[in-house]
Structure formats: structure tokens, C-alpha cells
Design a protein around this ligand. Structure first.
Ligand SMILES: [Ca+2]
Ligand SMILES: [Ca+2]
Length: 238
């Protein structure tokens, strides 16, 4: 095996390793908005849920954007202070939208949920993430806020608001983009907004399918090539 063959074998091995590992690039980004490095005043969910700061910020009124097509968003419910009947809806590119109606209040049977409850998954394409929040009681449903846009409500009642943050696997709010987004809702229907951002708290986990067969094949070919190099070295020195 000449030097060039050996190098190409090692390159194939590296490519195999790279494709076998999950994509590291963040699939979602938070753009715009205003950052705050402390818990919203009066927030009753983040502390009990064990969510802490580690160099990052909560970004209020930002926009959540998806960087690729066919990104799967899995929604987990963390908790809610509110006894209001709010609802989150995730649009998607295939199949029915995902609904989650929050009917819990603080205390027994509601409040903070830890570990998080999986609500389900949807698939979305690149662009603004399709998140919409409704106040569902009384009927008809009223749009509170959607990602990147807060519609004006009845005069004197302000606007609902969303906040996002990047979370790591330890539930720490971090500066660098991750594929795990903390979603905070502050509702504003029937009363003035108090900006405690605990009227609905979720985590969105973004992922793309990993092409396992191709990755596994490349990894295998890389290992076979690496083995050939090792055998040749052993022969040469032996
Ligand atoms: Ca509130
Ligand atoms: Ca509240």
C-alpha cells in the first residue's frame, strides 16, 4: 500500500466516523429579540424544574428558525404555573398538526413536571418554526401569539409573548446554539401580562434522520482499510 492509498484509507475512515455520529450543527436558531440573563420575575417553573443558567440568556420576543428541511421537532412538556387553558400547536409538512392542551394548574396533578413529558413529534421544513399558541377557553379559540409575531389583543390587555433559550443536556441555559430549545409562554388574555413566562414551559428537541445504512457501510469500509494498514505495518516490522 503506497502512501496515497494509506492516506485515502484514513480519510475514508474519518468520513465513516463523521457520518456515523449524529449531526452536530444546530438545526434551529434564535434570531432577534432581547436577551436577559436572569429568571423572569415571578417565574414558578424554571427553578423547580432544575433549569439553570450556564452563560446563556433567555431571549424574549425572538424568532425560532429552522436551518434545514425535514427537521423533526419533538415537544416535551416541562410545566405551567397557569390554570388557564392554553394550547400549543405545531404545524408540519406532513400529517396532522401536533396539539397540546395545557389544563393543569400548580399543585397536585399539575405544576412542574420533571422528567419532562413527551407530547409528540412533527416534521418541519427550513424557515420560521411553525409554533402557535391559543387560549382555548372559552370558545372560539383565540390566537395568543405565534413564533415571531404577537398579535394585538383587546385594548388594555397587552400582548402575549414568547421567549426562547438554548438548553444543553443538563438543562442549563447556554450561549452556543443547541438543538434543544426552551420555549416559554407568557399569556395575556383576560388580564395584563405580568411577564413571568411560566404560563406554559416546553422543550423542543430538533433532529434529522441519520442515514444509518450508508454511515455504517462507510465506517465498516474504513475499519477494513485501517485493518489492512495495521496488518501491513505488522508485516513490515515483523
Ligand atoms: Ca404571565
Ligand atoms: Ca404566570
Amino acid at each position: 500500500m503506497n502512501k496515497l492509498t494509506r492516506l485515502s484509507t484514513l480519510a475514508a475512515f474519518a468520513v465513516g466516523l463523521g457520518l456515523a455520529a449524529p449531526a452536530q450543527a444546530a438545526l434551529v436558531s434564535i434570531t432577534g429579540g432581547s436577551a436577559t440573563g436572569s429568571l423572569p420575575s415571578g417565574n414558578s417553573v424554571l427553578g423547580p424544574a432544575g433549569i439553570t443558567f450556564a452563560g446563556g440568556s433567555i431571549i424574549k420576543n425572538g424568532t425560532l428558525r429552522i436551518s434545514e428541511d425535514d427537521v423533526t421537532l419533538t415537544l416535551y412538556f416541562v410545566g405551567s404555573e397557569s390554570g388557564w387553558n392554553d394550547q400549543i400547536r405545531l404545524g408540519n409538512t406532513a400529517g396532522a398538526p401536533l396539539y397540546h392542551t395545557e389544563t393543569f394548574g400548580a399543585g397536585a396533578g399539575g405544576g412542574v413536571h420533571n422528567p419532562e413529558i413527551s407530547i409528540g413529534s412533527v416534521t418541519q421544513d427550513a424557515g420560521r418554526a411553525n409554533l402557535r399558541f391559543y387560549w382555548t377557553n372559552p370558545n372560539p379559540d383565540k390566537l395568543l401569539v405565534k413564533n415571531g409575531y404577537s398579535p394585538p389583543l383587546i385594548s388594555g390587555q397587552g400582548r402575549a409573548s414568547l421567549a426562547f433559550a438554548y438548553l444543553n443536556e443538563l438543562d442549563q441555559i447556554v450561549k452556543d446554539p443547541t438543538n434543544r430549545i426552551l420555549v416559554l409562554l407568557d399569556d395575556a388574555f383576560g388580564h395584563h401580562p405580568d411577564r413571568d413566562y411560566d404560563d406554559g414551559v416546553w422543550i423542543l428537541q430538533a433532529s434529522t434522520p441519520v442515514p444509518l445504512p450508508a454511515a455504517a457501510w462507510l465506517l465498516l469500509s474504513g475499519l477494513v482499510g485501517f485493518g489492512a494498514v495495521a496488518r501491513r505495518r505488522k508485516t513490515a516490522t515483523g
